[in-house]
Design a binder for this molecule. Structure first.
Ligand SMILES: Nc1nc2c(ncn2[C@@H]2O[C@H](COP(=O)(O)OP(=O)(O)OP(=O)(O)O)[C@@H](O)[C@H]2O)c(=O)[nH]1
Ligand SMILES: [Mg+2]
Length: 196
């Protein structure tokens, strides 16, 4: 849940990047970190294995301006995608305000994407959240690869509800900020509805 501090007039929002192993979640955060001004971002923290796989999470705090006199602070997290880190994924989802599902567009990763969405839905439900009611966007990453499935096919499988969706190549930044802006906007809309 967003944390609203009325005395310091701050809104804190937690956004989690979810998706199968190696889909590009950490790469999204690294691009955001590299391209934002020092006055906007805090330290990026990455807990990774020697082979650069996320072990627990990546964390990047961003201050994205003001809305109705409140400073907005976004806390971006990635989960570890590898199947056996499920306990960490559950922990990281606690208090989530918005989710980005990063899909790996490669045809051979279709099954892994489907399992990961299912895992997201289950882990959210365990904590009393409904994926269909959360601010949620889908990113089709790795569009640069020759073995990428068509967006129509990915949409059919991964985005039947047609939430906002973005094609991306996170390694060169394509689609990364469009994705972030979209989920941030959805989260702030919830805040504004809540605050009347
Ligand atoms: N070709 C291509 N490679 C990408 C793209 N995005 C990420 N990669 C590569 O995919 C690999 C995995 O990227 P990560 O960002 O570490 O993946 P992750 O989702 O954080 O993986 P886990 O931490 O294990 O869950 C790296 O070698 C990236 O450079 C992309 O858009 N295109
Ligand atoms: Mg990672």
């Amino acid at each position: 849940m967003s944390f609203i501090n009325y005395s310091s007039r701050e809104i804190n929002c937690k956004i989690v990047y979810y998706g199968p192993g190696l889909c590009g979640k950490t790469t999204n955060l690294q691009h955001i970190y590299q391209k934002t001004n020092p006055d906007v971002k805090g330290k990026m923290i990455s807990l990774a294995t020697e082979t650069e796989r996320t072990l627990f999470f990546d964390f990047l705090p961003l201050a994205l301006g003001e809305i109705r006199g409140f400073k907005t602070r976004f806390h971006l997290y990635t989960v570890p995608g590898q199947v056996f880190y499920d306990a960490s994924r559950k922990l990281i989802l606690k208090g989530v305000d918005g989710v980005v599902f990063v899909a790996d567009s490669q045809i051979e990763r279709v099954e892994a994407n489907l399992e990961s969405v299912e895992n997201l839905r289950t882990n959210l439900a365990e904590q009393g959240y409904d994926l269909d009611k959360l601010p949620y966007v889908v990113q089709y990453n790795k569009r640069d690869l020759p073995n990428a499935a068509s967006v129509a096919e990915l949409r059919r499988l991964l985005n039947p509800r047609t939430v906002p969706e973005f094609e991306a190549t996170a390694t060169n930044g394509v689609g990364v900020f469009d994705t972030l802006k979209s989920v941030a906007k959805l989260v702030l809309q919830v805040f504004m509805l809540g605050s009347g």
